[in-house]
Design a protein around this ligand. Structure first.
Ligand code: ADP
Ligand code: TRP
Length: 325
């Protein structure tokens, strides 16, 4: 008899224009897990409300993300893709968890401490965001949460909160574990720093070819003259090329640059071709899906129904246990 697969849960805030860093560092590794786990993916729109005030953009970015998951090949028949706000009982579970969570635990959260250190105004949503994130995880009986190192603390907090509720009322919630994906790489942006929207150095995942070429041509390189030999190793062009080219292609470009007589412009053109080849089909699917709003709405409805079926069991159990009968 086949063993029941463990459940993995991935949440991603709906932000505009995903970039290559998001794809290689978050989307693709999360999709990889669908081979060995029973996966739930959700679009964390409630979390976005701590920052955004642009309702229209938020709604549209949710659809962008649905189209992205479909474009990169998520099978929504085998796994679940849903919008967080379609299952409102997550805010109900947030309340039950709030009532067993000390203020001090939240004060230790990195996101809160960083915001405070920068003198930023911290709204209660931001302060309580680890509780909502814990509810996201615990509502779906999640076994593992694939996260970068920056989110590990939040999964540990979710585990603590589940432990507190269980200690008070009996074994109600599954204790989740962070699944740290060590092999996930840090993708450099056009200026060599980490690719990030906040540095404005990103290469969009699904922009048109012309924009992609233009972006890559703006990549910062040193000012070595055309005739001089150049090292691909250690350059941003090289670091990006490595991610999309075969070893043979990399070695070949590296040798040609080292001989001299080849400018960075030519190397960037080859980088463009490699990236474009990699994303071309996904981009076509993305454009087709994004246009088909009826399809996106159907996907959201299907995901909501499947997520709701899991969530309603958990919330029923918790309500009973805490005395709301
Ligand atoms: P940004 O820094 O552009 O705002 P986010 O913080 O919204 O990106 O990141 C969303 C997800 O994408 C996170 O899981 C993060 O780890 C991943 N990610 C973002 N930038 C990179 C990068 N340069 N390399 C690898 N992963 C990245
Ligand atoms: N906090 C995560 C981020 O900023 C997004 C997120 C919300 C999440 N809830 C989650 C991730 C639950 C994993 C599990 O990237």
């Amino acid at each position: 008899m086949s063993q029941k697969k463990k459940r993995s849960l991935t949440g991603l805030k709906p932000t505009g224009n995903l970039h290559l860093g998001n794809y290689l560092g978050a989307l693709r590794p999360a999709l990889e897990l669908s081979k060995s786990y029973d996966c739930i993916y959700f679009i964390a729109d409630l979390h976005s409300l701590t920052q955004t005030r642009d309702a229209q953009a938020l709604a549209s970015q949710v659809l962008d993300q649905v189209a992205t998951w479909l474009a990169i090949g998520l099978d929504t028949d085998k796994h679940i893709l849903f919008r967080q706000s379609d299952v409102p009982s997550v805010t109900e579970l947030t309340w039950y968890l709030s009532c067993v969570t000390g203020h001090g635990l939240l004060e230790k959260a990195h996101a809160f401490k960083d915001a405070q250190a920068k003198g930023q105004e911290v709204n209660m949503g931001t302060f309580c965001y680890p509780i909502l994130m814990a509810a996201d995880i615990l509502l779906y009986d999640t076994d593992v949460v694939p996260v970068g190192k920056d989110q590990k603390q939040h999964v540990e907090m979710a585990r603590d909160m589940a432990g507190s509720l269980n200690a008070a009322y009996g074994e109600l919630l599954v204790l989740p574990e962070p699944l740290i994906q060590e092999e996930v790489m840090l993708i450099p942006g056009l200026d060599g720093r980490k690719m990030s929207k906040s540095y404005n150095n990103e290469v969009p995942l699904f922009c048109d070819e012309k924009t992609l070429r233009k972006k890559l041509m703006s990549l910062k390189t040193d000012s070595t003259g055309m005739e001089e030999p150049k090292a691909l190793d250690g350059s941003t062009v090289g670091d990006l090329f490595k991610l999309f080219a075969t070893k043979a292609q990399y070695d070949d470009l590296s040798a040609r640059l080292a001989k001299g007589g080849m400018g960075w412009g030519h190397a960037k053109e080859e980088l463009f071709v490699a990236i474009n080849d990699h994303v071309k089909e996904m981009r076509e699917r993305y454009v087709a899906c994004r246009k088909d709003e009826a399809l996106l709405q159907r996907e959201l409805a299907k995901g909501a129904e499947k997520a709701q079926a899991v969530a309603s069991q958990t919330i029923k159990r918790v309500r009973q246990a805490v005395g709301l009968r």
